[in-house]
Design a protein around this ligand. Structure first.
Ligand SMILES: Cc1ncc(COP(=O)(O)O)c(C=O)c1O
Ligand SMILES: Nc1c(O)cccc1C(=O)C[C@H](N)C(=O)O
Length: 394
């Protein structure tokens, strides 16, 4: 026990990212390990949202649309771009991940004529599967769910598009983006990556890997706030041929000309649809400032160390009662998932002791570690709390 406490204290003392915790408005008595669902609020967001309401909305009123608001989706996209390995002009913030999956899948299908199958990760977060199913129905394609490890079994000259998650929402497993992208391309198909659980977790190389399209949430590890708008990546090489189905005025080349015909913007703005949600978008913009000067390789190193330390603590303190289902090697994001038959009831017991993780059906306890604000002593306290709850569990 003492050994783990000493190690946690030492690791926290040597943590080069520890200074970032002060950027977040977190209750010091709570161990918050659910940033893979809803990231914590950066302190600067409240002041910025207040300023937007009082100044930009209250004083500048309608003028703000032309002054700074209308182009905010691209401006905020530029702040996300370096976090996903995208050069300028290829990321835009708009709508939700679900909506962007719809746009990306339809656009990818339009890029692969003569092919009739949509392949989707069989273990995906449900919204991806639901949207893929409805895109299949609308476009007359066949939906082929497959476990990512078995991709090779289904890829072929019928495959139009493959929708994959870089990190699995339930197990926390990290998939090899380079290898999967290459396999999909070898089959002549297009790949759409869902980065919800990997953006803000590890360096991502969308441009370097030749990824076709990608989408992701901003309210998890990017801390944009509840319901913050999502992002979509459309590389320059595909922008001219990217035809998304939601041809609203937001993606028009000249929206304020209000002409009857739809002419898409020549750049990534063509992925927009309607009026941006300015309060959430500008809250996200402020939240992203905490990343300024932060090296993603360092974030990744700490995320692996934190999750590794948590696994070690769980092994030592509760290893005979729970099963770690997240890979112990580097094939994991920043989430540790544990299996226990009473997971559903254990999570609220832990929450009552101020350790917040979450439950996923049927028997998974999830703990998300955000290197910008979580520390090693918190990992140890979470494992101890779990062990205490289990010790009294009948
Ligand atoms: C992999 C994945 N895709 C999509 C979503 C959510 O999409 P939306 O923000 O549209 O609800 C989530 C989480 O909610 C997710 O984990
Ligand atoms: N988007 C969420 C929401 O609106 C409410 C509660 C949770 C969520 C989530 O993001 C869940 C998350 N994608 C997951 O990995 O389970």
């Amino acid at each position: 026990m003492t050994d783990l406490s000493e190690r946690a204290a030492e690791l926290d003392a040597r943590d080069p990212l520890a200074y970032l915790r002060a950027e977040f408005d977190l209750d010091p008595g709570v161990v918050y390990l659910d940033g893979n669902s809803l990231g914590a609020p950066p302190r600067r967001v409240a002041a910025r949202v207040g300023e937007v309401i009082h100044q930009e909305w209250g004083r500048r009123l309608i003028r703000s649309w032309q002054e700074t608001w209308w182009t905010a989706p691209e401006r905020v996209g530029e702040k996300i771009a370096p976090l996903v390995g995208a050069g300028p002009g290829q990321v835009v913030v708009a709508d939700s991940t679900s909506v962007n999956i719809f746009k990306a899948l339809v656009a990818a299908i339009r890029l692969t004529p003569g092919r009739d199958e949509i392949v989707v990760d069989a273990a995906t977060f449900p919204t991806d599967g639901y949207i893929a199913e409805s895109v299949a129905e609308m476009t007359g394609k066949v939906l082929r769910p497959v476990m990512p490890d078995d991709l090779g079994d289904v890829l072929g000259d019928r495959t139009a598009v493959v929708l994959l998650n870089q990190v699995d929402f339930k197990t926390g497993r990290l998939y090899d983006m380079a290898a999967a992208t290459e396999r999909v391309h070898e089959a002549g198909a297009r790949v759409v990556w869902d980065l919800c659980h990997s953006a803000g977790v590890l360096p991502i190389e969308l441009d370097a890997l030749g990824v076709d399209l990608a989408v992701g949430c901003t309210y998890k590890f990017l801390n944009g706030g509840p319901g913050a708008p999502a992002f979509i990546y459309v590389p320059r090489r595909l922008q001219e041929s990217f035809r998304q189905p939601l041809s609203g005025w937001g993606g028009h080349r000249d929206p304020f000309a209000m002409t009857p015909d739809y002419v898409p913007d020549p750049g990534v703005a063509r992925a927009r649809a309607g009026t941006p949600d300015i309060l959430s978008l500008l809250a996200l913009e402020a939240a992203l400032e905490v990343w300024d000067g932060v090296d993603l390789a360092g974030v990744r190193a700490k995320g692996l160390a934190l999750t590794g330390f948590f696994i070690e603590c769980v092994d030592e303190l509760a290893g005979d009662t729970v099963e770690v289902i997240t890979p112990r090697d580097q094939r994991r994001g920043h989430q540790v998932s544990l299996r226990h038959p009473d997971a559903r009831a254990l999570v609220p017991e832990m929450t009552a002791r101020e350790v917040i993780g979450d439950f996923r059906d049927p028997d998974v306890l999830r703990f998300g570690f955000a290197p910008l604000y979580n520390g090693y002593a918190e990992a140890l306290r979470a494992a101890r709390t779990l062990a205490d709850v289990l010790a009294t569990w009948s």
